[in-house]
Design a protein around this ligand. Structure first.
Ligand code: SF4
Length: 488
């Protein structure tokens, strides 16, 4: 049986769909859905008497119940080998109302095609849909002591486009969709019949993050100086088609002209493979860095539903920090760390404020979207600490900026500048040597720590991972100082 999620995969890429059916990859959701949206929506809609479907139901089951109930929850309907789940179906005077559910605050218009397919399947089953609505999260909701289902959820007639604006009702957008479900299903069946050959790398492979099967499809063929690694480029696929496959082959007309692109080309043309803007970096160190340097990193969990007072939908709970302190240039490092479970926000803040040096630079990686944002959110939730937290984020220096702005580029970076990548290139350390090797794995392990507070092994692995992040910053910053020394 196919589901709507399979159609989404097939629409992305037939090979992706094929590989996902053959060898599904483990999925690490970026946010924990800590409540059942369906159960909350039942309360929200005051559903008391209803027919409820379950996974794997044959389509005939619900059809046999249509005359016996007015409300259907999670009912499964089928058309050929496609099965759709309709969260809520309510009988009205001349037809039915469909209510979809969505775990986002602003469900996107791009979902409309899939909602339309679900409604189309209902029509094939003789069900006339007269109204379509969506239950989703209310972005402005702030939790009090308990979760208020009537405030955290909202019933909406609209979907939202990229600027979080609405312009047509869900029913109108669905009605405008041009569907050819029969042909779609024929395509999906034939995609599964044999491995789709002859795929070329395209923006689909990296849109909103690298495809899970990217390495299997392309990486063996790709060199670090490949034009595919050109950043911020709308032309790279055309350039490859035109035979310009290596960064060193490009000239001014081939790029949009960002500093980062310039650094990539200069690195590819240099013998060492490194581009390093000595003047810019000397100025950055001189103006921005003051001792003691505190290298700081947080780990956090994102929750769909606010689990604790003062939190909003999709707020994060910071549960861990690691801090390496370098008091004077090259002095032995001091290390502090914290890990909490449950609602550890106040404990986290107090421990951080007690341990962090009162002056000097606070070096973080990707400050604005990460550690700085986390502190600002905590300052809103706990205003009694806001001034002292602000004093920390005002001292933050973002170590990712020299790499993201093109002041430093090594051709082995292959267009990326994550801390893990830099450590592998510039030092002998490697995150792969750790028991936990990426952030989502750390979060997954913290989740298990919640259920098993005394598991020292997991606690140690989390300390090791977060500590590696701050130690990596020390190594990368000292790599910068070492290069600068050569030019003194
Ligand atoms: S890497 Fe590209 S071609 Fe390969 S499965 Fe993913 S989207 Fe398809």
């Amino acid at each position: 049986m196919f589901h709507i999620s399979d159609i989404k995969k097939y629409n992305r890429c037939d090979r992706y769909f094929y590989l996902n059916q053959l060898a599904p990859k483990p999925y690490f959701p970026f946010a924990t859905c800590n409540e059942s949206t369906l159960e909350l929506a039942k309360q929200f809609l005051n559903c008391t008497e209803y027919y409820e479907g379950k996974s794997g139901d044959a389509g005939e089951l619900v059809l046999a119940q249509l005359d016996h109930y007015d409300t259907f929850v999670a009912a499964r309907f089928t058309y050929q080998d496609l099965r759709v789940t309709i969260p809520f179906l309510r009988k009205q005077q001349d037809g039915y109302q469909v209510i979809f559910t969505n775990n986002q605050c602003f469900p996107k218009e791009s979902e409309a095609a899939y909602l339309a397919i679900a409604c189309w399947v209902l029509k094939q089953n003789g069900i006339q849909v007269n109204d379509v609505k969506m239950i989703h999260l209310a972005a402005d909701y702030v939790r009090e002591e308990t979760l208020d289902v009537f405030k955290v959820l909202m019933l909406d007639d609209y979907l939202y486009h990229d600027k979080k604006q609405t312009h047509k009702t869900i029913f109108e957008i669905i009605s405008e969709q041009k569907l050819d479900v029969d042909n779609l299903l024929i395509g999906m069946r034939s995609a599964l019949a044999e491995y789709p050959e002859g795929k070329q790398r395209s923006s689909v492979c990296t849109h909103r993050g690298k495809c899970d099967y990217f390495d299997r499809c392309f990486n063996q063929e790709e060199k670090p100086d490949s034009v595919y690694n050109l950043v911020q480029s709308g032309m790279k696929y055309d350039l490859v088609d035109a035979g310009k496959t290596e960064l060193g082959m490009l000239d001014g007309d081939d790029i949009e002209g960002t500093r980062h692109q310039y650094a990539q080309i200069m690195a590819a043309r240099s013998e060492s493979g490194l581009y390093f803007d000595v003047f810019a970096m000397r100025d950055w160190v001189k103006r921005r860095i003051q001792y003691p340097i505190t290298y700081l990193d947080f780990e956090w969990e994102t929750y769909v539903y606010p689990p604790y007072q003062g939190m909003k939908p999709y707020d994060v709970l910071v549960f861990q920090y690691s801090m390496h302190v370098e008091n004077t240039p090259g002095a032995p490092l001091l290390h502090e760390q914290f890990i909490g479970t449950g609602d550890c926000r106040v404990a986290f803040i107090e421990d951080l404020l007690a341990k962090i040096p009162a002056e000097g630079s606070v070096m973080v990686y990707n400050a604005v979207g990460a550690e700085m944002l986390r502190l600002k959110q905590l300052a809103v939730q706990f205003p009694q600490y806001s001034e002292r937290l602000k004093a920390i984020w005002e001292r933050m220096v973002d170590l990712s900026l020299p790499f993201s702005t093109g002041n430093i580029y090594d051709v082995r970076m292959a267009g990326a500048y994550s801390l893990k990548k830099l450590v592998e290139i510039f030092t002998d350390y490697d995150y792969h040597d750790l028991s936990i090797s990426h952030g989502m794995e750390a979060v997954a392990n913290w989740r298990s720590l919640q259920a098993d507070e005394i598991n020292d092994e997991i606690r140690e692995q989390l300390y090791e991972y977060c500590g590696m992040d701050t130690y990596s910053m020390v190594l990368v910053y000292h790599m910068i100082l070492d290069v600068l020394k050569k030019y003194e």
